[in-house]
Design a protein. Structure first.
Lengths: 153, 166
């Protein structure tokens, strides 16, 4: 209930102040469909980083993507911050990469240090996860929404 | 301002979880959790969930060894075999195949490397592990490609082929 109210407030602020540049975190919060991602970023202490100058490219898994993980995985991750951090940073690429810049078979080094593999066909994929909304621009980078959580080795 | 306040609230909520339950942190490192955060094991996880073995592997009072075939390993099976394994009517067969990948007790690579050992699996059949080979070879066909992923209640070895009980 509190969360819902806060979200409406955040959304209202977003609409009311279009001139104010929203960063990656602001946009994820305002969207309302990344609650698990936002909670995970908070738990891992990555908010300040993702509100920082960047620019960053974030592959943002939806709440449904997190819900598709085996039961208990998300709770486990919130109790296992090193693994959570490794997974979250695997979803972030330094620099703003628009979907048009992506090519099939391209490897992109993530903030985690390991690289994701990009696929470009009928849809754009990242390690097999499908980009379901691309090129959401933020003041400090770009968000591509994906339908699955991707995992580093 | 409101937004900042909201974010602070979430941070407090999220932080309260691990802080409030330090004793439980350990619990999450069980085999199912390790499977959930390891890439490339989606088919295995789906199979274990379908048969109820995923839940069984959460047991706190036992230790297991799991030979975990990758998604590629499952896809290397003939398509008919793979499809048939995952048909609801063949749950018992799927359970038997997966049981052949689970041993009671934790066997790490130090118990295998340099020797040949038979490991009794939970379906009653043995897996022959050849530790004189690098990587370790199981049943002369499956290679251990990532050994010793250790959880609270056991050990996972990722393998590149599905083991079939004879």
């Amino acid at each position: 209930m509190i969360r819902k109210t806060a979200l409406s407030l955040a959304a209202a602020a977003f609409v009311a102040t279009p001139a104010l540049a929203d960063d990656i975190v602001d946009i994820a919060v305002a969207a309302g469909s990344f609650n698990t991602l936002v909670a995970a970023v908070q738990a891992a202490g990555l908010v300040e980083t993702l509100k920082g100058e960047g620019p960053f490219t974030v592959f943002a898994p939806t709440d449904e993507a997190f819900a598709a993980l085996p039961a208990g995985t998300v709770e486990g991750l919130l109790n296992d911050i090193p693994t959570l951090t490794a997974i979250l940073t695997y979803h972030v690429i330094p620099g703003a990469v628009m979907s048009g810049d992506l090519t099939d078979g391209m490897m992109a080094a993530t903030v985690n240090g390991q690289s994701v593999t990009i696929g470009v066909g009928e849809t754009v994929t990242v390690d097999g996860a499908t980009v379901i909304a691309a090129d959401i621009e933020a003041s400090n980078g770009v968000i591509h929404v994906i339908d699955a959580v991707i995992l580093p080795q | 301002m409101h937004r900042r306040h909201f974010l602070g609230g979430i941070a407090t909520l999220a932080a309260a979880g691990p802080l409030a339950t330090p004793a439980l942190a350990h619990h999450w490192t069980d085999i199912p959790y390790r499977l959930g955060v390891t890439p490339g094991l989606r088919i295995l996880v789906a199979g274990l969930q379908a048969t109820g073995q995923f839940e069984a592997l959460k047991a706190r009072d036992r230790r297991f060894t799991l030979f975990a075939p990758t998604d590629e390993a499952f896809r290397r099976l003939p398509a008919r075999t793979l499809n048939s394994l995952f048909e609801p009517a063949n749950r018992a067969r799927l359970e038997a195949v997966l049981a052949y990948h689970i041993a009671n007790g934790a066997v790490d690579s130090s118990q295998i490397v340099g020797r040949r050992v038979n490991i009794r699996m939970s379906d009653g059949n043995n897996v022959q592990a050849d530790g004189t080979r690098t990587p370790v070879l199981l049943n002369r066909s499956a290679r251990v490609i990532a050994a010793d992923s250790e959880g609270r209640n056991g050990i996972i070895h990722v393998i590149d082929a599905v083991l079939m009980p004879s």
